[in-house]
Design a binder for this molecule. Structure first.
Ligand code: GLY
Length: 442
């Protein structure tokens, strides 16, 4: 076993804070750098954990400079823009061991048109879709659909990266037309867009880690993507998550066969092996899993509830992926339930400029509570005090033996936190489906 490893993690959110914890728990790891990171990541750590903001996630050369400065043994490229920009390729060409898919392999996330066509080539169940780069053609297409079915559920989706906000729901021709017109707001990411059949069912996220040939299934989670309770309001990067996702239990074999194995094997056959964490965004429709999207990295906030369940040394798992020996590595995961509630600036995901610089109270108390972990995203730390600097500010994870134990742990810790001027927003319904399922069994 190697010792004294230095790990560089690329990203800046609560996901990267969570990943840094997993490496911190590894007996092999001595030092962790998170770039660009956020101030909270380095706050009160057991091991040496520092952040270095002198890079841009969209500029692989700036990340290479950071790698040259710290000479890490592993670079974990955890963030989607960095993957899409070819950071893994550049680092590898320069002799670093970079964990994450190449630019080509991460196309499964950053080019949804390519990804849908890949799914079709490999028989992966996915909703019906059409791609457009002309507003007029798309409008004619949706007009035809709504003539046949006036309240049809459709999604209009940018094919590029949009921080989780590029999927717009339509239940009428007027909404679909407005959403088609909104695609240009996403710039290059929305130049080509999908019009996709909306499916009715419960969504889930599933995770697998792969060395390109072999994969291991990790736990599932359920994200809550809209800003307000009960799936209302605008799409966000994710306002809370629960793991495991109960809806996956009866269909786990099909999820593995249809959505995970076909993707890993298909990418391998196409000579673009996927090394890294594969995120399957799925939906259960009448007891059958369908794929809505693939992502090429951990989800955020799903990572906060899935990764802490892994008991095996995470650095060892990542090294086994980098060395192509994942088949010989056992991954042990616990049986706990975890609930993450995201604390955001009031106004997120739209206008939250007024919250920047406001003081955040109560995180110190939340951090000391039993069964609770706090992961930081948009937080500045000055003189030991916390200040808002972003949309999603922190994620509070409560854990327990079941949802009835984990959920109150998360919410009672969240209740201790507050943002100057009453500027804290969080959803109060995270985990409601699982609470109902649990109570029905009593
Ligand atoms: N939580 C959604 C994502 O990470 O894309």
């Amino acid at each position: 076993m190697a010792e004294d490893l230095t790990v560089l993690i690329i990203g800046s959110g609560a996901r990267e804070h969570t990943i840094s914890r997993a490496y911190e728990n590894s007996p092999q790891v001595r030092k962790i750098i998170v770039a660009p990171g956020n101030d909270f990541i380095g706050y009160k750590r057991q091991k040496e954990v520092i952040t270095d903001k002198s890079c841009s996630l969209k500029n692989p050369n700036s990340i290479l400079e950071i790698a040259k400065k710290y000479k890490p043994d592993i670079v974990d490229v955890a963030q989607d823009d960095a993957l899409a920009a070819g950071t893994v390729d550049l680092l590898t060409q320069n002799g670093f061991r970079a964990f994450g898919p190449t630019k080509h392999a991460s196309m499964v996330e950053w080019d949804k048109q390519w990804s849908r066509n890949f799914m079709e080539r490999h028989g992966i169940p996915t909703p019906q879709f059409r791609c457009f780069n002309s507003e007029e053609q798309a409008k004619t297409y949706v007009k035809g659909l709504y003539e046949q079915e006036p309240s049809k559920l459709l999604y209009v989706k940018a094919t590029g990266l949009c921080a989780g906000k590029g999927a717009l729901k339509s239940k009428s021709l007027e909404e679909a037309v407005t959403n088609i017109e909104k695609m240009k707001l996403f710039g290059d990411a929305g130049k080509t867009f999908l019009v996709e059949e909306g499916l009715i069912g419960e969504e889930f996220s599933c995770y697998a880690i792969s060395d390109g040939n072999n994969y291991k299934i990790l736990k599932s989670a359920q994200d809550n993507k809209t800003v307000f309770n009960f799936d209302d309001g605008d799409q966000t990067g994710g306002m809370g998550a629960v793991s495991p996702a109960q809806v996956t239990a009866p269909i786990s074999k099909e999820i593995e066969e249809q959505l995970i194995a076909k993707a890993i094997n298909g990418m391998n056959r196409e000579r673009i092996p996927f090394v890294g964490v594969l995120y399957v965004g799925g939906i259960a429709v009448n007891g059958k899993p369908m794929n809505i999207e693939y992502n090429a990295r951990w989800g955020d906030p799903e990572c906060q509830v899935v990764l802490p369940s892994i008991k095996t040394d995470y650095a060892e798992i990542v090294l086994s992926c980098l060395e192509g020996r994942l088949d010989r590595t056992e991954i042990e995961q616990d049986n706990k339930t975890r609930v993450c509630v995201v604390g955001a600036s009031r106004g997120y995901p739209n206008d939250y400029k007024a919250v920047k610089g406001k003081r955040i109270y109560g995180l110190e108390k939340a951090m000391t509570m039993k069964g609770v972990t706090v992961f930081g995203a948009g937080i500045d730390v000055r003189d030991g005090k916390f200040y808002a600097n972003g949309g999603r500010l922190y994620g509070i994870v409560g854990e327990g033996d079941d949802i009835l134990e984990a959920r109150p742990n998360a919410y009672s810790a969240m209740a201790h936190t507050f943002i100057e001027g009453n500027n804290l927003h969080y959803r109060t319904d995270i985990g409601w489906r699982d609470v109902e399922r649990f109570l029905r069994k009593l």
